[in-house]
Structures are given as C-alpha cells and as structure tokens.
Design a binder for this molecule. Structure first.
Ligand SMILES: CC(C)(COP(=O)(O)OP(=O)(O)OC[C@H]1O[C@@H](n2cnc3c(N)ncnc32)[C@H](O)[C@@H]1OP(=O)(O)O)[C@@H](O)C(=O)NCCC(=O)NCCS
Length: 196
C-alpha cells in the first residue's frame, strides 16, 4: 500500500520547464526550434506519415510553422511538450516523440511519436522511445506509461512491443478522426516491468 501522504508529487513545470536533451547512439532528442520548420514540413506533408495520426497532413510550410509555434508555446509555459528527433550524422530533424499528457497524481503518462518515411524500419523510433521511457520512469517518477495506435498501424504497435509494452486490448471506436470512429489498441509498461 502506498501512503497517500508519503507520495511526493512532481510538478509538470519542474520537469518540462527545463527539458533536457537526451542522447541515444544515433539520435539526439532535443527541443524544437524555429529552424526546424522545413524538416517538419518534409515529413508533415507526407500523407503516408499522417495516415494514422490525429493531425492533418501539412499543406504548406505555414501549417508546419503553426505546429511549431504551438510546441514553442508549450516550452514557454513549461507544459508537457515533445522532443524533436535529430539524426546525428545526417544533421536533420527526422521526427518528434514524447509525452502527450501526464497526470502526476496517477504517475501515468502517454507517449506519441512519428518520423519521416526515409527513416522508417531502421529502429530509430524504438531507439528514441526507449530513451523517453527511461526519462519517464527516472525523471517523471511515472508508474505507468501508455501508448495507443490504430490496429492497422503495424509499425506503431511493433514499436510498442519492442520497447517492452504489453497489449491490453482494443478500445472500440475510441477516436473520431478523418471522418470515422476508429478503434485503438492500448499498450502500457509499468515501472515494475521496466528493465532499464
Ligand atoms: C510507426 C512508426 C513511428 C514506426 O517507426 P520506425 O522507426 O519505422 O520503427 P522501428 O524501425 O523502430 O521498428 C520497430 C519494429 O516495427 C517494424 N515495423 C516498422 N514499420 C512497420 C510496418 N509498416 N509494417 C510492419 N512492421 C513495421 C520494424 O520492422 C521493427 O520490427 P523488427 O525489428 O522486428 O524488424 C513510423 O512508421 C511512423 O512515423 N509512422 C507515421 C506516424 C505514425 O503513425 N505514428 C504513430 C501514431 S500512433
């Protein structure tokens, strides 16, 4: 039993007000900057990338700037915000990943991710998400990290499996997106299951 009074809750601002860069063998996860707009447009305008995402395909670079400004505002207000995924040797921003929400009172958060098509199926997302999960358990004191995707998004649920998440079931018609109600596969990893 965890004593309610013993649990010291972190503030979102304390962690996300000073979001550190995270390094993996091939990637640096870092804050987005205004200079990333073109790289974001390169993948954000690809309908294959946005096929299963909650956001629409970017039609012009202005759409990418609107997205970017939204993220910069989250950094500014010290709220939960994504990291950019920068490729070390290609010196490009190839995607984003991070937490989409965090409930400190439940020590629970959800992750999300997406990368540019030329970088698919080379283990990059798995590499980035392992680092995010470590950050979640170590720096955010999470007990449970969730991830969700559409059943047809095989690449996404394979990432969840590869990082050690457990499939918990299908939430039927859970989201309304792009004109239809869509099922969602729910995955999670608990602190006690995390092997580091
Ligand atoms: C889903 C996505 C993030 C996967 O990224 P990725 O970097 O290709 O994933 P990884 O290379 O780490 O692959 C993890 C596993 O999934 C497999 N995989 C990846 N894409 C796959 C696909 N389209 N079909 C089948 N398996 C796939 C990989 O082969 C790998 O398994 P293996 O090591 O056994 O071969 C990427 O396709 C993407 O950005 N899609 C668009 C955005 C999106 O849908 N985001 C998720 C929303 S929930």
């Amino acid at each position: 039993m965890i004593d309610e009074h013993e649990r010291k809750l972190l503030n979102v601002e304390d962690v996300f007000g000073d979001l550190p860069s995270l390094e993996t063998p091939r990637l640096v996860l870092r804050r987005l900057t205004r200079d990333d707009a073109e790289d974001i447009f390169a993948y954000g305008s690809d309908p294959e990338v946005t096929r299963y995402t909650g956001w629409q395909t970017h039609r012009t670079i202005e759409d990418s700037r609107v997205f970017l400004n939204g993220v910069l505002a989250l950094y500014e207000s010290k709220q939960v915000a994504p990291w950019g995924i920068a490729h070390k040797t290609d010196r490009k921003l190839i995607g984003t990943c991070g937490f989409v929400y965090w409930l400190p009172q439940h020590a629970r958060a959800e992750i999300g991710y997406g990368i540019a098509r030329p970088y698919w199926r080379q283990g990059y997302t798995t590499e980035a998400i392992r680092a995010i999960i470590a950050f979640g358990f170590q720096s955010m004191q999470l007990n449970r990290i969730e991830a969700r995707c559409e059943p047809e998004n095989t690449g996404s649920w394979r990432v969840m499996e590869k990082v050690g998440m457990t499939f918990e079931g299908v939430l039927r018609q859970h989201n309304y997106a792009k004109g239809t109600y869509r099922d969602t596969k729910m995955y999670s990893i608990l602190r006690q299951e995390w092997t580091g």
